[in-house]
Design a binder for this molecule. Sequence first.
Ligand code: OGA
Ligand code: MN
Length: 273
Amino acid sequence: MTTTTGAELRVLPSGGALGAEIRGLDLGRELAPEQVKQVRAALLAHCVLVFRDQRISDEDQVRFTSYFGRPVEHVRKQRERRVKEIFIISNVKENGEPIGALGSELIDFHSDLSYLPRPGTISLLYAVEIPPAGGDTQWCDGRAAFDALPPERQAELRKLRAVHRHHVDEQNPPEPTIHPVVRRHPETGRPSLYVSPHLTHHIHGVSEEESRAILAGLYAHMDQPQFVWTHRWRVGDLVMWDNRPTSHRRLPFPDDQRRIMNRTQIFGEEVVE
Ligand code: OGA
Ligand code: MN
């Protein structure tokens, strides 16, 4: 509960492995450097931060994102983008055309843009429209999942690398993207598991059978309640997460209901072991 501006910023941890709510900030305004520092520290500690009841414009979201790095125009193009750093995640169709990406089905665990050599760092979603039920997002703590493994297993995994690939081939770079299975956070130094079913294709340099067994074991281990935290969205939520130590999964929702999210992203950082 420290601040230099008179406004109180409070961090309320979710009680799970990751996730915290931040109270006392209006993201529609410029933040003081001390506030940015506190948000960054909370993000490094809790990996996922929820800011409730925000009423922000596209420009506000881009400004807030830019406190933590350079918000980038997404690698995928989208029609009618007013603010180029905002990418729409939605199942809504207008004139038969989707206005955004990712539809209404389950999007299994992934770390954003891990199919790129320099993948996602921080992502932010702002909830514009939310269906009455379904469409929750879950985050897995790759740090806690790694820490919970026996030391011998940790040592084995540290030697492995994995090929990441997007299921739509044209999204992939010309050369295969290979990342360490255990990734070190460049700021905290903490190791975490960096594999996920949606975008990790196989373990590099082992048989297909062995790769499948290793990944299935890791996914079952990571998908345990003590490592996973679920966010039930409300309109006005802005959720910010660190993709380096986490993966996330979007649960399905009925396609006849509307879900609209505005996403900003920071990516392009080197992956370190
Ligand atoms: C994403 C994503 C999940 C969601 O935008 O990268 O995974 O809940 N979204 O919409
Ligand atoms: Mn994602």
